[in-house]
Ligand binder design. Structure first.
Ligand code: GLC
Length: 789
């Protein structure tokens, strides 16, 4: 029995299986978007129909133009219909015309979005998605006469987009325009585009002296009566997207070439019999050459090919997410954990590296490594490949890029101190899941010189970190640790980070065990000793009396102390003390009590409190955000999700329940929360903001992959360890049962957790001692039953 069904609100609801979110009122408080991607290309589309498309890098290689304006949200690729008899025109999504619609639904699904509208006796559906394998975006359009008028209709469909073909947002629009070229391809009913200049530096050719390496074509599958390549011709002088002048012009003056303002517009005449239906397809394809793009248009540009592609998209997501599922009394949590956050982590974070609030394109050294943990239970090879990719962005001295751009390989060198350590962190997770030590022998090059197996990459990451320690044994913070915004505390080389101390202490323990298994007893001993020393240094210098300090500034001032005017207590410094077993039991209890009393709000656990209210250059840019926003005293969901794990580890079931409830977007009041109900936001405003409880920065957040992992490993408590699968649930008090199916080292585990009776674990009906289930034979299905009081 479900204690909680899938919630709805005045702007939308979930489909019955939770795999679609249906926006039914276009006046949702903010754009509710979908990030649709395949491993190379994709699009973002909001419920108003705005958005853009990219290939390989959503920032440096945007195919279409988009203006980030979350208030108007009227910028993107649009599809218009015009009744050729009445002359009335509207768009098949609310934007850009905002013509009143008699019916409106925007169904965001895993891998596709559908607009269903009705106006002027025309029922329309417009489906947008990316082919699962090819660098092509496909639109399937269906128009049906539902006027009941009993006569044939003459309509026109006009599909439009504005070419970007390079860096987005174009920093100098009028300059960039001078390099774009468009041309028509009549037989294909297509407009093609390329740019002869790409606003990046290339090692070989220097700045502004290289062409954008892709060509795109936008084609109509059905007879297009008109093609246009120039924006002024399409919109008219001082015209705008809500009412393009060309829609009502019987003939278009075509303009293409290198001297116009590059768009693509395709007009398709539609003869609709009374009560009849018309179906067509538009394809936006991108390749390394015009021929490559053209061949994609030819292959995908039919209704049957497009439908087959859409079916593969849907099947792909179903299969990808099928092997590991949880079932809890909360249907909304299940939909979020099983489907939406994993889709978010894979589609938006790993493939697209893009959201509506952030068009990134880059790989963050720490970010996508953490995200890749989403593959651990379903396709661990992908996590392994991600680890190799990141190792290849490490320098021979052990330090690493903070981020780098695929395609151009531009990278950002900083004095951040934690980035490199996420490589050993993720490798340890991989090893716990798979027990496959061969990963340590995988080779990866260093950025500057040479190549080495991953074990050596890891060792160098540790060694450089060991060398950056304060005289009293605490890791230095440099230009920031996990918290980017603590960017100035340690610029002079003295500021310390206690959070980094916790993180490193946990890693030293893990790797001491890994070195033992890898036959490196010397390292195992060294790491164990280092851990002991670090834990005692943190406990000697990092305890503020009732919680752990966050760090110290270059001048020795403590941050995250009762004595601090602002930023008195930081969440990560407490939760990671618990997660890394740095805190002895009394301190663990005390610091979690401080978390409950000072940081937990109904919107979730705050990253710090109270928020900084004025810039403090000696701390960093975190102090420059308005109070209560993002890291500055907001609920930063990445850290708020870690707090769920810490609460479970501390066996605080009530707190687990509170924090799980707080993180759920679906149950929020949209007038206050604003953000999408189906994916996680990066942050929610804290109490120092007048909008306490308002979500923002949706999609592009590391919390997505983490929420899945933490619900599985800490709430349901099923954690892989070297010698077995730990089954150690910490369910919220009101849950009476939960279930999970997950693959494990070649076997399948079916786990049932029930409350009541004597605690214990049974495997295939036999009680075992303790709660560590030994690794099964590959191919088997294990039935695990856990009882909790
Ligand atoms: C951003 C960064 C991430 C960092 C976090 C906290 O999300 O991408 O790397 O850990 O902020 O500052």
């Amino acid at each position: 029995m479900r204690a909680r069904a899938l919630p709805s609100n005045r702007y939308g609801r979930f489909s019955e299986d939770g795999r679609e979110y249906v926006v039914t009122d276009p006046r949702a408080p903010r754009p509710w978007s979908n990030v649709i991607a395949n491993p190379r290309s994709g699009l973002v589309v909001s419920h108003t129909g705005s958005g853009f498309s990219w290939i390989d890098n959503s920032q440096l290689a945007a195919i279409t133009r988009w203006q980030q304006d979350l208030v108007s949200d009227r910028s993107g690729k649009f599809l218009y219909v015009r009744d050729a008899e009445s002359g009335e025109a509207w768009s098949l999504s609310p934007s850009p015309t905002w013509a009143p619609l008699e019916r409106y639904a925007c169904r965001h699904g895993l891998g596709y979005t559908v607009f269903e509208t009705s106006r002027g006796g025309v029922a329309a559906s417009w489906t947008l998605f990316a082919d699962p394998d090819e660098t092509a975006e496909i639109w399937i359009v269906e128009l049906r006469d539902d006027s009941g008028g009993g006569r044939a209709r003459r309509l026109e469909l006009t599909a439009t987009l504005e070419w970007c073909m390079g860096v987005s947002p174009a920093p100098r629009r009028e300059f960039g325009r001078l390099f774009l070229e468009t041309w028509p391809d009549e037989p294909r009913r297509a407009v093609f585009a390329r740019s002869h200049m790409w606003d990046v530096s290339s090692k070989r050719w220097g700045h502004w002296n290289t062409s954008f390496p892709f060509v795109s074509g936008f084609a109509a599958a059905d007879a297009a009566s008109d093609l246009q390549g120039d924006k002024a011709e399409l919109l008219g002088r001082y015209g705008d997207w809500p009412a393009p002048a060309a829609l009502s012009q019987p003939r278009w003056t075509r303009r293409f070439g290198r001297h116009e303002d590059a768009v693509a517009a395709l007009r398709v005449p539609v003869a609709l019999p009374a009560g009849g239906t018309f179906r067509t397809v538009f394809v936006l394809a991108t390749g390394a050459s015009p021929d490559e793009a053209a061949s994609l248009l030819d292959r995908l540009g039919s209704v049957s090919a497009a439908r087959a592609s859409l079916e593969r998209v849907r099947a792909g997501w179903r299969e990808r997410l099928a092997a590991h599922r949880v079932e809890t009394p909360d249907a909304a949590l299940d939909a979020l954990v099983n489907d939406w956050v994993r889709y978010q982590a894979i589609s938006a974070r790993l493939w697209g590296r893009c959201g509506y609030y952030q068009q990134s394109g880059a790989f963050g050294f720490r970010d996508q490594l953490q995200d890749s943990q989403v593959w651990l239970t379903i396709d661990p090879e992908k996590c392994r490949a991600q680890a190799r990719l990141h190792a290849a962005h490490q320098f021979a001295d052990g330090s690493a890029y903070h981020w780098w751009h695929p395609l151009t390989e531009q990278g950002h060198v900083t004095k951040m101190t934690d980035d490199r350590l996420w490589l050993p962190f993720v490798l340890a997770s991989y090893l716990r899941e798979t027990c496959d030590l061969s990963i340590l022998g995988d080779e990866a090059p260093f950025l500057d010189e040479g190549a080495a197996p991953l074990s050596e990459h890891v060792l160098r990451a540790f060694r450089v970190s060991f060398s950056k320690t304060s005289p009293r044994g605490i890791p230095l913070i440099g230009a920031g640790d996990w918290n980017d915004g603590l960017s100035a505390m340690g610029l002079e080389g003295r500021g310390e980070s206690f959070w980094l101390g916790h993180f490193l202490a946990g890693l030293l323990g893990e790797w001491s065990g890994i070195w033992t298994r890898a036959g490196r007893a010397d390292l195992a001993g060294e790491f164990a000793d280092r851990r002991t020393a670090l834990v005692s240094a943190i406990n000697a210098h990092g305890w503020d009396g009732a919680w752990y300090l966050r760090g110290t500034l270059d001048d020795g001032t403590a941050l995250g102390s009762e004595r601090s005017a602002r930023g008195k207590i930081f969440l990560n410094a407490q939760t990671w003390a618990v997660l890394s077993d740095v805190a002895p039991p009394d301190r663990a209890a005390a610091c979690m009590k401080a978390v409950r009393e000072r940081l937990v709000t109904e919107a979730g656990a705050l990253l710090l409190a109270p928020a900084f209210d004025a810039p403090q250059s000696e701390i960093g840019y975190i102090t420059r955000y308005a109070p209560g926003l993002r890291e500055n005293g907001g609920v930063y969901t990445h850290a708020a999700v870690w707090a769920i794990a810490a609460a479970a580890k501390a066996r605080d079931t009530a707190l687990v329940g509170r924090l799980l409830d707080a993180i759920q977007p679906a149950t929020k009041d949209p007038e206050r929360y604003w953000a999408e109900p189906y994916v996680l936001p990066g942050n929610v405003d804290g109490p120092d903001s007048p909008h306490h409880g308002r979500g923002g920065w949706t999609w592009y957040t590391g919390s997505a992959a983490w929420l899945h992992r933490i619900v599985s490993e800490w709430v349901l408590g099923v954690r892989p360890e070297w010698d077995g699968l730990r089954v150690d649930p910490c369910l919220p008090p009101e849950w009476t049962s939960a279930r999970m199916t997950r693959p494990w080292r070649g076997a399948t585990c079916e786990i049932e957790i029930a409350r009541g009776g004597a605690a214990g674990v049974e495997v295939d009906g036999n009680a075992i001692e303790g709660n560590l289930v030994p690794a099964p034979e590959p191919g088997r299905t294990l039935r695990i039953a856990a009882r909790i009081p």
